[in-house]
Design a protein around this ligand. Structure first.
Ligand SMILES: *Cc1c(COP(=O)(O)O)cnc(C)c1O
Length: 391
């Protein structure tokens, strides 16, 4: 294990993230295109809310960008994930396999379905769910049943698996799909952080049965708040639209609703912002990959720390850049030095299995997730930092 010169590392990062001094955020949105025009159009026409043309347009543009047949936009990513899980057949009392190393929205969406998250370990190659570890774990604890595999320790049904593409780096989806197929587990992709990332040349979100993404203010593109379901299945897309829009039967005037449903529709004004942001996605991805290359080169010679690079076969969006410290004992010293210098850095999330509401949930041993949690730090990643004028 080598010793990290924290002051030197801070100045190397500052040279890239804040070359002219001042404070720099972890991730800021950028509005430099059609945002003003499209939002103004909503205001001018009065179509700001539940009806308007930007919703349809955002859905078709998004489906094209994500390489899926259909996208259904909703109020936020958590809501998208909740509906995706319901459509995958997750019911009250089921267990859903998901990494312990994720943002709290992932297990929250599982819990909103009345289901129980079952935490699995991560991979050092991808920072996401480790298919080999999952496969070994299922061999130990699962048994097949007519309605899907059961956890033989708890007796509960294992209803789905939810991989999450951490900081935009793709999970080994071919490996995971093999394990999921063998156990007949539907795959619900949490693609909240990976819009614009590619694996084997293809976008993420549409590999499993259904995917979910987020357009929160800190994501690569934003609608203020928002999310979407992604799928290649027309029937599922139709169900997603119905369930997220109060299950209203189309009619010129009658209020006829045919099941208990949700009001999760994305307002037109947010979709207008989304259309403009999506036009910039290729520019943002280029800028963020350029920023990652600069960090990678500048940090290559430093002892005690390494820049996390995209896995084989991936072209990541580098939503949040990350460094891995050799010695977890130096993490807080590094966080303090960088934040004191005005460079916003953050540790990884607390593992979900350590949060009070998820402490009792089933889990496998989590050695890799624990090591990542102890050693990973995110560094400034706004697209503007990678743009030509800033270099
Ligand atoms: C942002 C995010 C979500 C969704 O968050 P919302 O704030 O509800 O849009 C879900 N999962 C992960 C991993 C995320 O980073």
């Amino acid at each position: 294990m080598s010793y990290l010169d924290v002051r030197h590392a801070t100045s190397v990062i500052a040279e890239i993230a804040a070359p002219s001094g001042g404070r720099v955020a972890l991730h800021e949105p950028q509005f430099s295109g059609a945002e003003w025009g499209y939002v103004k159009e909503c205001l001018d026409t009065g179509w700001v809310s539940s009806v308007g043309s930007f919703v349809d347009r955002f859905e078709s543009d998004l489906a094209a960008a994500c390489g899926v047949k259909r996208a259904v936009v909703v109020v936020n990513g958590t809501a998208a994930l909740q509906i995706a899980l319901l459509l995958a057949g997750v019911r009250r009392g089921d267990e859903v396999l998901t990494p312990a190393l994720t943002f709290v929205a992932t297990p929250n969406a599982i819990a909103h379905c009345g289901a129980i998250p079952h935490f699995v370990d991560s991979s050092w190659d991808t920072l996401g769910l480790d298919p080999k570890g999952l496969s070994d774990w299922l061999d130990r604890i699962a048994e097949p049943h007519a309605d899907g595999p059961r956890n033989r320790i708890t007796g509960r049904r294992l209803a789905a698996v939810v991989p999450m593409h951490t900081f935009g780096h793709p999970v080994d989806m071919p490996g995971l799909l093999k394990v999921a197929d063998r156990w007949e587990l539907p795959v619900v992709e949490d693609a909240a952080e990976s819009i614009g990332s590619l694996q084997d040349g293809r976008p993420l979100g549409g590999r499993g049965l259904i995917g979910a993404t987020s357009f929160n203010g800190n994501k690569i593109i934003t609608t203020g708040g928002g999310g979407a379901l992604l799928t290649n299945d027309d029937t599922l897309a139709h169900r997603a639209k119905h369930l997220t829009t109060t299950a209203k039967a189309p009619h010129r005037w009658a209020f006829s609703h045919d099941e208990i449903a949700f009001n999760y529709r994305m307002p037109n004004i947010n979709a207008a912002l989304g259309c403009a942001q999506l036009e910039k996605l290729p520019t943002f991805v280029r800028a963020k990959r350029a920023l990652a290359r600069r960090y990678s080169a500048a940090l290559a010679d430093l002892a005690g720390l390494r820049f996390f690079a995209e896995p084989d076969g991936a072209e990541s969006n580098y939503w949040l850049n990350a460094v891995i410290l050799d010695d977890p004992a130096q993490r807080d010293e590094f966080l303090t030095a960088t934040n004191d210098a005005g460079i916003m850095t953050r540790p990884c999330w607390t593992l979900m299995c350590d949060l009070p509401m998820y402490r009792e949930c089933p889990q496998m041993d989590l050695p890799v997730a624990r090591a990542i949690e102890a050693r990973l730090v995110n560094i400034p990643s706004s697209p503007i930092l990678g743009m030509a004028g800033k270099m």
